[in-house]
Design a binder for this molecule. Structure first.
Ligand code: LLP
Length: 416
């Protein structure tokens, strides 16, 4: 699959485009996110193929909510996992069918519940016993029934950064197994609620399938139990979390997670249920890159720095999770002594780490694997503009969204 590569002359290529030629387009300003829509399409098709027409790949929209990305995924047969009313409205606006949308979230507002109920999405995935009565009340107020699923917290810990582990006992997410009976009892008292699924999500950046399958088995047990008591569900949802290669080692490929999920469904005799998975990162992460200009270098006795026009406001992951993203020059593969690569923001955490780039400071660099949780977590911190976005398709610049600049920020802050 494409994403980042180098041609025979060692020049950086993204998708099918030479990055240096993308820079020559007058619409492109740095910092700019580049997206390889062909790669996204290919990855999405690979996953939908494994699940087959009866399965549902519900893309976690929070990873990257760009319209061009969502349209590409929808065309590849992917649905949506949304976590806010705005994400739901966006998914509907790009044409994702209502029965292909699930909604998660520990604290959905009444307005969000109303929106999801009236949109008749596949299911509201409920994350606490307390949420059940709230959804029932909103459904009654609309004189409708609501399709709901229980998102379980399987009590499984995974080896990942604590900020992206969600399925352990102390996490705020999901209904703990010890509360399952109470949740089912609550549901039974509300005629306006229809239980259609059970879901889980154990966490992000999984490198192997074992913890994923461990929590998926919990979902299977519950579905089997409900079926034998005559309350069959429509779907079982094992969640997302498939890791990608950030340059520190190749995790199991995304299709292997989907394969393992499908095999487990068969092994557990649950083919009368639809299999749902909720990948976010693996569909977009490798197919995004952050292109930055080098503003200047700095040398002291302590070392040398490469200072970019992109910072933690554009790409928060290194500051928030100590995440590693490879930083490379455009003209040639990595060489020489390392540079400490930093952004312009007034924070020590605004640091992309130490990278072998080149002997001399290049004019531009590319920060790799920045398609997921990157633009979607960008901010105006330090009065900095949100970056430009460039969408590549079939070797062309299909679309460029310019940076909004800083004048609107100055004006808005003035009025605050
Ligand atoms: N389903 C649920 C309920 C989720 O909470 C998430 C991600 C996903 C699916 C998709 O997980 P993925 O396949 O993308 O790993 N900002 C962090 C990641 C936060 C993940 C939040 N939940 C990062 O940059 O690593």
């Amino acid at each position: 699959m494409p994403g980042f590569s180098r041609d025979s002359a060692g020049r950086a290529v993204f998708g099918k485009c030479l990055i240096s030629s993308v820079l020559q387009d007058t619409r492109v300003t740095t910092p700019a996110y580049l997206y390889d829509l062909d790669g996204i399409d290919e990855q999405a098709q690979a996953l939908t193929r494994v699940l087959g027409p009866a399965g549902l790949v519900a893309y976690a929209v929070k990873a990257n909510a760009a319209g061009s990305v969502l349209r590409t995924l929808k065309e590849a047969g992917v649905g949506a996992d949304v976590v806010s009313g705005a994400e739901l409205s966006l998914a509907r606006a790009v044409g994702v069918a209502k029965e292909r949308i699930v909604m998660s979230g520990v604290a959905k507002t009444d307005a969000e519940l109303d929106l999801a109920i009236s949109a008749e999405i596949r299911a509201l995935q409920l994350e606490s016993v307390e949420e059940i009565a709230r959804v029932a009340a909103r459904a009654r107020a609309q004189n409708r029934s609501a399709r709901v699923a229980l998102r379980l917290n399987p009590g499984v810990s995974i080896a990942t950064h604590s900020h992206v582990a969600t399925g352990h006992d102390k996490a705020k997410f999901g209904i703990p197994l010890s509360s399952l009976d109470a949740a089912l009892a609550q549901l039974a008292t509300h005629q306006e609620l229809r239980l259609v699924g059970v879901s889980t999500h154990v966490g992000s950046t999984l490198m192997e399938t074992a913890p994923y399958l461990q929590s998926a088995r919990v979902v299977c047990d519950i579905a089997q139990g409900l079926r034998s008591s005559g309350k069959s569900l429509e779907y079982i949802n094992f969640g997302g979390g498939f890791g990608i290669d950030y340059g520190l080692g190749q995790p199991v490929p995304p299709s292997a997670f989907a394969d393992a999920a499908r095999s487990l469904q068969k092994e557990q005799g649950l083919e009368d249920h639809q299999l749902v998975i909720e990948p976010g990162r693996c569909l977009v992460g490798p197919f995004g890159a952050l292109l930055a200009s080098v503003i200047q270098s700095k040398r002291t006795d302590a070392g040398r720095w490469l200072m970019l026009d992109a910072g933690m406001n554009d790409l928060l992951r290194p500051a928030l999770y100590h995440a590693h993203h490879r930083v490379e020059a455009l003209a040639a593969p990595p060489a020489g002594e390392p540079w400490q690569v930093v952004g312009p923001v007034c924070e020590s955490a605004d640091d992309f780490g130490s990278h072998v780039i080149g002997h001399e400071a290049p004019s531009h660099v590319v920060v790799r694997d920045a398609g997921a949780y990157s633009f979607s977590m960008a901010s105006n911190y330090n009065g900095r503009a949100l970056p430009c976005e460039v969408f590549l398709r079939h070797g062309q610049l299909q679309h460029v969204t310019p940076s909004p600049g800083t004048a609107s920020w100055v004006e808005a802050r003035l009025k605050a």
